[in-house]
Design a protein around this ligand. Structure first.
Ligand SMILES: [Ca+2]
Length: 273
């Protein structure tokens, strides 16, 4: 049986022994190795930490988590009430700064005398040359993001409408337009085409739920300009070519969707031509 970590511990449970240096707790982590791509919106570096109490009594235990540079960890401790022989889990996000040289590092987990070293493999960032998707994994910027969705979902490399819930984006302002979604580049980048995959599945076809009216805008320095206007769209995948420009940012500004509700983007991509 799998349990998630308990944050609120009922007072009646505090009577159990807390765990000292002697440990009957098994430490686990999956996957191993965990892989990271050093881009802010690339989906990587997700670990699931686990503790299993093999003693005959429940305990309250702390797992200590450490990792040296360049690793950036979302938590340093995982504390939980541990029933007997039940796996209790918690997530750990591991990140590295942009530009980190590929290599193998490690995260150290310890509970009492139990130790586990989890290998972390930093992969090269995807190519961003001619013909490559220039938005993949880059820092997304949105006017708002609904609580059920992820800001990075529209540039995470997954354009499958069937996985919309896990890998899409929409705004948080239902029936209020415009909404915007795009990427800030770290250096001027020549863009000459955008492709927008709006929600388009058997259950939620684009003509019913997809984005209908939108502009493509680019920012050069502090100045935004509109390079294309699309109106009355009912397609899932929309390719929008325009005169190439060295941009500091690119975004779509959505003026309406076919259900007049949310601005749904499964994936936004940009290319040099
Ligand atoms: Ca996506």
């Amino acid at each position: 049986m799998k349990r998630t970590a308990l944050l609120a511990i009922p007072l009646t449970l505090l009577a159990v022994a807390t765990d000292g240096a002697k440990s009957n707790v098994q430490v686990s982590a999956t996957p191993q190795p965990v892989e990271i791509v050093p881009l802010p919106c690339f989906p990587s570096g997700k670990l699931t930490l686990g503790m299993t109490n093999t003693a005959r009594k429940a305990v309250i235990t702390d797992m200590r988590i450490s990792g040296g540079s360049p690793l950036v960890l979302s938590r340093r401790q995982f504390s939980s009430y541990l029933p007997v022989n039940q796996l209790v889990t918690a997530p750990l996000d591991v990140r590295v700064p942009r530009g980190t040289t590929p290599g193998t590092f490690s995260v150290q987990l310890s509970v009492g005398r139990e130790r586990l070293s989890v290998p972390v493999v930093v992969r090269p960032a995807p190519a961003k040359g001619p013909g490559d998707n220039l938005l993949l994994g880059e820092q997304a910027v949105a006017s708002s993001t609904h609580g059920n969705m992820k800001l990075c979902g529209g540039v995470d490399g997954n354009s499958d409408s069937a996985q919309w819930g896990a890998s899409g984006w929409h705004d948080a302002t239902k029936s209020v337009f415009p909404d915007s979604y795009g990427v800030d580049f770290i250096a001027p980048t020549t863009v000459g085409r955008v492709t927008l995959q709006t929600l388009d599945s058997t259950r939620y076809p684009a003509a019913v739920m997809g984005i209908r009216d939108f502009d493509v805008r680019v920012r050069v320095g502090d100045s935004w300009s509109t390079v294309a206007e699309i109106r009355g769209n009912v397609q899932g995948l929309v390719g929008v070519p325009f005169t190439p420009v060295a941009a500091d940012a690119v975004q779509v500004v959505v003026h309406d969707s076919n259900d007049h509700g949310y601005s749904r983007i499964v994936e936004l991509e940009a290319y040099d031509s």
